[in-house]
Write a protein of this length. Structure first.
Length: 254
């Protein structure tokens, strides 16, 4: 049984108004446990809307989004908040760290909300921090850390709750090239240990780290590419060619 299944998902904003906007028309795909999937498309193609539906931050107008057997569209607001805490991890472009909290307390935040015992919180952090290279900055504040370090803290916050699914929204968008590669290598590593990842990105370089890439156009899945046995450079070339076909112009190849 797939971890995530989207059946004929549709999203219309201002549905009953004259200025109704259809963001998603008919989205169908599944994600197996342990997969690493990138989602690409032009601005306005519906990537963010799709991510928000998978994240339980928005509800589909039609169809179903089912994660771990749970129909996300049936969750009430308080149930959705609890579901996010228990099953989802998030990595955002702008980190979303709280400046008033230390890096350690930022990482602990989802466990605090879940009322996890302190000793268990500490044990999980001791396992995670060395792998992310952040042990030396746990007692500092976000403002005292570099952009790359802040993103690693954000990844730690996402992973410490041991989510079923990690959702990444343009995670390299605010990072330089070298730091982006470090983060993508980190994603590759945690995926190799079984973490399921869905990443929305505009970067063909970032997408080339995934095992499968979905392309959205006009509210539908337009195309998909599997990496298989391809080396990363060849896979990125295929992604780039698909984006050129999708957009009718030059794809981003950063």
């Amino acid at each position: 049984m797939p971890l995530l299944k989207l059946n004929h998902v549709k999203k219309v904003y201002n549905e009953k108004a004259a200025n109704a906007v259809t963001a998603l028309k008919d989205i169908n795909f599944t994600v197996e446990k342990g997969e690493y999937v990138a989602i690409m498309g032009e601005s306005g193609a519906g990537k963010s809307t799709l991510l928000n539906i998978m994240a339980t931050l928005d509800k589909a107008t039609g169809g179903q989004a089912i994660l771990g057997g749970q129909d996300l569209g049936t969750l009430k607001p308080d149930e959705a908040a609890r579901f996010r805490r228990e099953h989802l991890g998030f990595v955002f472009q702008d980190f979303n760290l709280l400046d008033s909290l230390s890096n350690k307390d930022n990482i602990f935040l989802p466990l605090v909300l879940a009322k996890t015992p302190v000793d268990e919180m500490e044990q999980r952090l001791q396992e995670l921090a060395p792998k992310l290279g952040i042990s030396q900055i746990l007692d500092r504040y976000p403002v005292e850390a570099s952009g790359g370090q802040q993103q690693r803290v954000a990844v730690a916050r996402a992973l410490i709750a041991r989510p079923d699914l990690l959702l990444a929204d343009e995670p390299t968008g605010a990072l330089d090239s070298a730091t982006s590669k470090q983060l993508l290598h980190l994603f590759d590593e945690v995926n190799g240990k079984g973490q399921t990842i869905i990443m929305v990105t505009h970067s063909t370089a970032a997408a080339s780290y995934a095992k499968r890439t979905l392309f959205i156009k006009d509210g539908r899945i337009y195309h998909e590419i599997f990496r298989g046995d391809l080396d990363q450079r060849t896979y990125q070339e295929q992604i780039n060619n698909a984006m050129v076909a999708l957009t009718g112009g030059d794809a981003d190849a950063q």
